[in-house]
Write a protein that binds this ligand. Sequence first.
Ligand code: DC
Length: 231
Amino acid sequence: MRKITIAIDGYSSTGKSTVAKQLADYLGYVYVDTGAMYRAITLYAIRAGIITAEALDKDHLIAALPEITVAFHYDSDSGTSQVLLNGERVGSAIRTLEVSEHVSPVAAIPEVRKKLVAIQHRMGQEGGIVMDGRDIGTVVFPNAELKIFMTADAAERAKRRYLELKARGDDITYDEVYENVTERDRIDTTRADSPLVKAADAIEIDNTETNLEDQFHTILQLAKDRIAGRV
Ligand code: DC
């Protein structure tokens, strides 16, 4: 059976990674969370003092890029993959509000995007991939057979992210999370390089009120149609 490329783009906290992971598991495809790659570079910059509470030193970060490696490690026991920053597993360290607060300006730097898009191209060369992000259907794989664009009401997205962070014990308020989600939307949609926009041929799914099970089945059916060449 032919292996297709599935691009899932959309706003922050719309559940892109959940559905992308489910699809990849079901189809036996590789799942790539490209947001984790931008987060890993942001974590590096925070640790190296390139990002402080006041500023991001872009030139310093661009100069440091050759020293940064971003890759994925697949753990066959759990069936999940984790992002590696210079060989270190940082899957959990990249999910803090601090990283979320700094990642969008980092992702707006063209040199950072160029480095990560090259890695993404290599990972998706053979098809059989589900990749989620902001520019997958527009820039990384403009010829993807299936493109999904996910949206949901910002207050609902902030609520979901807030509950997730609270559940793991983070000390945050709903207002901080709401502010972060909407500020990231603003930066991600207005940056000059590869802004978040819906590709002309993407299928838009608003999941403000959809249950995740139904959403998965809708997208799975779309994927099966593409794999069978029915569309
Ligand atoms: O999906 P996420 O919230 O983990 O993504 C983190 C940030 O990375 C997001 O605010 C924008 C950026 N990003 C991007 O610019 N391009 C991608 N393909 C994926 C993420």
